[in-house]
Design a protein around this ligand. Structure first.
Ligand SMILES: NC(=O)c1ccc[n+]([C@@H]2O[C@H](COP(=O)([O-])OP(=O)(O)OC[C@H]3O[C@@H](n4cnc5c(N)ncnc54)[C@H](O)[C@@H]3O)[C@@H](O)[C@H]2O)c1
Length: 267
């Protein structure tokens, strides 16, 4: 006999309308959680919640800008009211605006602030307002989203790399303050996954080949990251807190392959 890993639990996902957030929301639902799918795109959140319902799971959809304090407060209050509790927070929302984010010397102040707000301040805001609910539920888990670029930047998206290094640092620091509430805080550092965020990379044959070669066992899928989300959200990871886990098929352990360095340099 098996009990669902997250049976009876409520999980809130930010940026759940696409890519890794959508895969994570589906996986959390398959593991038995009721999922509050939130996204700045109402259509994205609704589409993921519909997919969960079609698969026999339980979900609600809410529109939320994870980098806006008022929006976050209203959303978390709505989730707590409609679902009666919150046990898991998956801080996934993020942006990687290629061209807007670049080298420090060439970047507009507004681009820096937007990337930091959506990728890092969002983790602060959602955690701040969700923690009282997780504590009230008797403890729980926060899963943050860092990136391999927190550890091995590409040297061309300085704000993104800084935001994700910030997420890893915040994860370590938050874990200590959350421990007294029985809340574990961990982060995932994915490699490069073919999601809408990375459409530019993966639509260019040479770049795709370069990125595939840079992952020791080939390109990874959103579902692989989602499996780790479920693990970190559940008691299977009960001895882990403050960790940032590389889930990147060896990308950060590997030297950037020649083929990718050449493609990124423009030939
Ligand atoms: N795809 C990768 O290779 C990769 C690698 C490392 C880290 N990540 C991180 O994983 C997360 C998800 O990335 P993805 O590849 O699935 O991207 P994606 O673009 O496919 O999905 C991002 C989702 O976040 C939503 N979003 C954007 N701004 C938001 C905001 N202010 N508030 C709420 N939702 C917002 C979008 O509407 C979208 O649904 C991001 O934090 C990203 O930095 C992705």
């Amino acid at each position: 006999m098996t009990t669902p890993l997250l049976g009876g639990k409520v999980a809130m996902v930010t940026g759940g309308g696409s890519g890794l957030g959508r895969a994570g929301a589906l996986a959390l639902a398959r593991a038995g959680a009721r999922v509050a799918v939130t996204d700045v795109s109402a259509a994205g959140a609704a589409s993921t919640a519909d997919a969960i319902a079609e698969a026999g799971g339980n979900a609600i959809a809410l529109t939320c800008d994870a980098g806006d304090s008022k929006s976050v407060q209203a959303t978390i209050a709505a989730v707590a009211e409609r679902c009666a509790r919150i046990d898991v927070l998956y801080n996934n929302a993020g942006i990687a605006p290629v061209g807007e984010d670049g080298s420090v010397a060439d970047m507009a102040d507004e681009a820096w602030e937007r990337v930091i707000r959506i990728n890092l301040t969002s983790v602060f805001l959602c955690s701040k307002y969700a923690i009282p609910h997780l504590a009230k539920a008797g403890g729980g888990a926060i899963v943050n989203t860092a990136s391999s670029m927190a550890h091995v930047p590409l040297g061309m998206m300085d704000a993104y790399a800084a935001s994700k290094a910030g997420v890893a640092g915040l994860t370590r620091s938050m874990a200590a303050g959350c421990a007294k509430h029985g809340i574990r805080v961990n982060a995932i550092s994915p490699g490069y996954v073919d999601t809408p965020m990375n459409s530019m990379i993966f639509s260019a044959d040479e770049l795709r080949a370069g990125f595939a070669a840079g992952h020791m066992t080939g390109l990874q899928t959103a579902e692989e990251i989602a499996d780790l989300v479920v693990f970190l959200a559940s008691d299977l990871s009960r001895s882990m807190t403050g960790a940032t886990v590389n889930c990147d098929r060896g990308w950060t352990a590997f030297k950037m392959p020649e083929i990718l360095a050449r493609a990124m340099a423009g030939g």
